[in-house]
Ligand binder design. Structure first.
Ligand SMILES: [Zn+2]
Length: 309
């Protein structure tokens, strides 16, 4: 199919394994939503979690996030066209999200951004007076956080290999990460063991139950099967958080938008309809202009540890 990634990882069936049980509830029965090449997007019959099967084996998965991911020739299938060059836009986006963080945590403290990528959110937090740490699996992008912003403390590798003290963070953030993680429950348990008892956890992920996702169906831009292994809904993300001892304080599509360039809008529109490439051509001279877009197909969830009564 034309929309499938051209990744060489696809050539070897041994790189993939089928998912036998739902990560969230253990259920074995699911219903196919649609199929694209070797990938099936299915919904668990018991808990309604949407996931991709087969998927890349965990040993091969890190290869997805090499340099090509951050300056991808086919961003509609995988990764970003040029993540670093979009720095001003990401910084604006994250500045907006800081307002949400500070609504729940107005005192500055010690923050950890998990999946910090180029360090854009670390930069915003740091400038606002927070002490920041970051974890990033991909060395290709973590070098930006170190070289450009001087965040030498960014840990490159899985969070399990970082040496943070238990219950040492006032704030942990996780933007666009949880849907990429093969085993989100142990991953969140490890991460949240680092959160203070009165700390705040904020994550963002795409909402498969949003109107926009439903309207676009298989053409929704978040269906990127090599990297987006899960598609949560308000119900399934709440269940996931409950399973790791968290209670949701706030769940909203607000602040889930992004500052984007017209160039980016063109790229997304072309994914939905090839002819848009020509229809939007008159806007080309404005390519570098930006504006804030929120399709309300992302959700930001604010959570804290459950209080034992
Ligand atoms: Zn399930």
């Amino acid at each position: 199919m034309s929309d499938l990634p051209k990744s060489p990882l696809l050539d070897d069936p041994a790189n993939f394994s089928a998912v036998e049980h739902c990560t969230l509830c253990g259920g074995a029965k699911s219903t196919e939503q649609f199929r694209e090449g070797p990938f099936r997007v299915v919904r668990c019959d018991d808990c309604s979690l949407v996931y991709v099967t087969p998927r890349l084996r965990p040993e091969v998965l890190p290869e997805v996030y090499n340099e090509d991911y951050w300056s991808s020739k086919s961003p509609k299938e995988r990764g970003y066209a040029d993540y670093r060059s979009q720095a001003p836009l990401y910084l604006k986006t994250f500045k907006k999200r800081l307002a949400l963080v500070e609504r729940f945590r107005d005192q500055k403290g010690h923050a950890l951004d998990v999946g910090c990528a180029a360090g854009f959110f670390l930069k915003i937090l740091h400038d606002a007076g927070w002490k920041v740490e970051g974890v990033e699996l991909s060395p290709a992008i973590a070098s930006h956080a170190r070289d450009v912003y001087g965040f030498e403390q960014v840990h490159v590798g899985p969070i399990e290999t970082a040496n943070y003290a238990e219950k040492s963070f006032d704030l942990i953030t996780m933007w666009d990460v949880v849907e990429h993680v093969p085993e989100p429950i142990p991953f969140l348990e490890t991460t949240l063991s680092l959160l203070k008892d009165d700390g705040i956890f904020i994550l963002e992920t795409q909402n498969v139950e949003s109107k926009f996702a439903k309207r676009l169906g298989p053409k929704w831009h978040h269906y990127k099967h090599l990297e987006h292994l899960y598609h949560f809904s308000p119900k399934t993300i709440e269940r996931l958080l409950d399973a790791v001892g968290m209670e949701v304080l706030h769940l909203t599509p607000k602040f889930g938008g992004k500052h984007v360039s017209i160039e980016f809008v063109r790229e997304r529109a072309v994914r939905v309809h090839g002819a848009m490439k020509w229809a939007l051509l008159p806007l080309a001279p404005l390519n570098k202009m930006s504006f804030y877009v929120n399709m309300k197909d992302e959700m930001i969830v604010v959570a804290r540890k459950k209080r034992s009564s």
